[in-house]
Design a protein around this ligand. Structure first.
Ligand code: CA
Length: 249
C-alpha cells in the first residue's frame, strides 16, 4: 500500500458503514473487522431495517447481502439508487459463490463491487477501503471543463456530466468510467485499463473483479447518454474507445 493510500485509509476511520446481512455470525464478523478499522458500523438484518437506517443517516458505504428474507438485496439496491439521498452511496454486494448471474445483476443495478461468499474478512476490509477512497476522491486534479460537444458537457470541477443541460445522474463509477474514456478519447482502452482507472483498484483486486463489470457499466453509461451512446465504441476483444466530434472546448 502506498503512503498516500495509508493516509487515506486513516482518514476513513470515521466512515459510517451500514452492513445488511441476516446471518448474525457474518454480520458480527464484518462489523467487528470494520469497527477495528475505527469505522462506525451499523447492522441491519432485513430490508426494512436497512432502508430505515440508510434514510436516518446516509452511510458512507453499504455492504449488502443479496440473499435476505423479505425484501431482497436487489430491491434494496434499486430503492437506494432510486432515492436522491442515497443514489450515490457506494455499495459492495455479497453473493453466493458461483452465482455469476447474481453478480451481474447486482452490477447492473449499480453496485460498485461485489464479494462472493465465503470471503476473507481481510479482503473485505481492503475493498471497503478501496471503495471509500474512490468515493472520496476529489474531481480529477484541476477543475474546469473537460469536454463539451454535441450537447454533452463534463465539468470536472463540479463533477457533473450533463446532456443538453440536463444532468445525467451518473453513479460515481459511471462518472469515473466516462472521465477515463474522455481523458483518452480517440484511443482504445482495455477492460483491464478501465477497471484500474475507473475503479482505482490495486491490480490484484481489480484482476479478481470480473471484467464483465466494465461491460455492464458501459451499457448503463451508453443508455444514459441516449443518442450519444454510440460515441462509446466497442473495440472487439479488447475494450472501449470514446469517439466523438472534436471537443468544442
Ligand atoms: Ca443472507
Amino acid at each position: 500500500m502506498t503512503e498516500l493510500a495509508a493516509r487515506d485509509d486513516r482518514s476513513q476511520a470515521s466512515a459510517r458503514v451500514l452492513v445488511v446481512e441476516d446471518e448474525p455470525d457474518i454480520a458480527a464478523l464484518v462489523a467487528y473487522q470494520l469497527a477495528r478499522e475505527g469505522m462506525r458500523v451499523e447492522t441491519a438484518a432485513d430490508g426494512r431495517a436497512a432502508l430505515a437506517a440508510a434514510n436516518r443517516e446516509v452511510p458512507d458505504l453499504i455492504v449488502l447481502d443479496l440473499m435476505l428474507p423479505g425484501i431482497s438485496g436487489y430491491d434494496i439496491l434499486s430503492a437506494l439508487r432510486g432515492q436522491r439521498a442515497t443514489r450515490d452511496v457506494p455499495v459492495i454486494v455479497l453473493t453466493a459463490r458461483r452465482e455469476e448471474e447474481d453478480r451481474i445483476r447486482g452490477l447492473e443495478l449499480g453496485a460498485d463491487d461485489y464479494m462472493t461468499k465465503p470471503f476473507s474478512p481481510r479482503e473485505l476490509v481492503l475493498r471497503v477501503h478501496a471503495v471509500l477512497r474512490r468515493a472520496r476522491q476529489p474531481a480529477v486534479a484541476a477543475g474546469g471543463r473537460l469536454f463539451q460537444a454535441g450537447g454533452l458537457t463534463v465539468d470536472l470541477g463540479a463533477r457533473v456530466a450533463a446532456l443538453d443541460g440536463r444532468e445525467l445522474g451518473l453513479t460515481p463509477t459511471e462518472y469515473r468510467l466516462l472521465v477515463a474514456l474522455l481523458e483518452r478519447r480517440g484511443r482504445a482502452l482495455s477492460r483491464e485499463q478501465l477497471l484500474a482507472q475507473a475503479w482505482d483498484m490495486d491490480s490484484e483486486v481489480a484482476g479478481r473483479l470480473h471484467t464483465r463489470a466494465v461491460d455492464m457499466h458501459v451499457r448503463r453509461l451508453r443508455a444514459k447518454l441516449g443518442a450519444h451512446g454510440s460515441w462509446i465504441e466497442t473495440v472487439r476483444g479488447f475494450g472501449y474507445r470514446f469517439r466523438s466530434p472534436e471537443p468544442e472546448v
